[in-house]
Write a protein that binds this ligand. Structure first.
Ligand SMILES: Cc1cc2nc3c(=O)[nH]c(=O)nc-3n(C[C@H](O)[C@H](O)[C@H](O)COP(=O)(O)O)c2cc1C
Length: 198
């Protein structure tokens, strides 16, 4: 299968940033655990406040009972396409951290931000390995803690599907049209020298 990528950047960024995107058509093959753990290993090298590393991952590989358990936490829309992914991952973040030298944990200002950096690294590592990763917040947030056995003190951030890209013809028509790398706002609309421009 040949895939083209219509994206172009304004400055000479590394191609991996443009090559990563979020398809919904997967080929249904399981992600080998060694590849999945490579992706999560890359994620844990993300930066975080006080190196607190608030990210936690709960994962499952296609074809296992755990995969069906995690799939059941997605909303119906996401379930409809993510069922063909080769692995599912739920990302949680620890809401409190222990500052250096402190006796007690304090609320972390940036636990979600830090977890987001880890998700970004996971998505890029997946892409570099020839997989696609697709993030989702369309999940049954009220059920995540109970179903996955997550204790208090962790926030469910997002789930992501990982897999090899598949034929978009098997997606519903509306989704087939969206099965292409999305554009971005111009850099000048999001990056300001000195003063914010609304
Ligand atoms: C936090 C987050 C939540 C998302 N939730 C969903 C979702 O529930 N369902 C879905 O199909 N895509 C979801 N996406 C995918 C985004 O729509 C996609 O990343 C965005 O349109 C940019 O496209 P790209 O990733 O292909 O560059 C989510 C992405 C992120 C980062």
């Amino acid at each position: 299968m040949t895939f083209t990528n219509p994206r172009s950047s304004e400055y000479p960024v590394e191609p991996l940033f443009l090559d990563r995107w979020s398809p919904r058509a997967f080929d249904g093959s399981a992600v080998p655990p060694s590849d999945l753990l490579t992706i999560l290993d890359a994620a844990r090298w993300a930066p975080s406040a006080f190196n607190s590393q608030p990210w936690r991952f709960v994962y499952a590989v296609k074809g296992t009972p755990d995969f069906d358990k995690l799939l059941g936490l997605l909303n119906d829309f996401n379930k409809s396409w993510a069922s063909d992914a080769g692995a599912l991952v739920f990302l949680l973040s620890k809401t409190h951290l222990l500052p250096p030298g402190a006796q007690d944990e304090v609320p972390s200002y940036s636990h979600s931000l830090d977890a987001g950096a880890a998700w970004g690294s996971a998505a890029l590592q997946a892409s570099l390995l020839g997989y696609a990763a697709h993030g989702m917040t369309g999940i049954h947030l009220d059920k995540v803690h109970e179903v996955l056995g997550v204790p208090d003190g962790y926030r469910a951030e997002l789930a992501f599907a990982i897999g090899k890209r598949g034929d978009k013809a098997k997606l519903p028509e509306g989704l087939q049209a969206r099965e292409t790398p999305s554009p971005r706002k111009p850099l000048a609309e999001v990056a300001f020298e000195g003063t914010f421009k609304a």
